[in-house]
Design a protein around this ligand. Structure first.
Ligand SMILES: [Zn+2]
Length: 125
């Protein structure tokens, strides 16, 4: 389970849709189920920061729509409480680029993004 701290436009289809799916899982664990993976570091990172997670979801959906992907699962705004900015990271920005690189994704976009990763390291998300 992972929410990237990278700009959504930097994620290829597979990684963008994958994050969106995992975000829904984290949201569900944090708001409704509260069991299962509730001690997962990525779940704990968003504790008290569900407003920030809600905003991340909005940004992913905006990017998905821009690319013409379907999205029919809005989050309930009533759970969007706490901090509106995520200030904790599990991996540094640079390490996240390395993790993406090591996935050796075979899509057309990833090799391009990874080749230019040096310029992405300091890009604001
Ligand atoms: Zn890819």
């Amino acid at each position: 389970m992972r929410i990237w701290d990278l700009a959504p436009k930097r994620l290829c289809r597979q990684h963008l849709l994958g994050e969106q799916r995992e975000l829904h899982a984290i949201w569900s664990i944090s708001t409704v189920n509260k069991t299962g993976y509730s001690n997962h570091p990525e779940v704990l990172r968003w504790k008290g920061r569900l407003k920030a997670l809600y905003i991340r979801h909005e940004r992913l959906v905006t990017e998905m729509k821009k690319r013409g992907y379907m999205h029919r699962s809005p989050l309930s705004l009533k759970f969007a409480t706490g901090k509106s900015k995520q200030d904790r990271r599990i991996h540094s920005y640079k390490d996240q680029i390395m993790i993406l690189k090591n996935k050796k994704c075979r899509c057309a976009l990833c090799p391009y993004l990874m080749r230019h990763s040096e310029t992405l390291w300091n890009e604001p998300t």
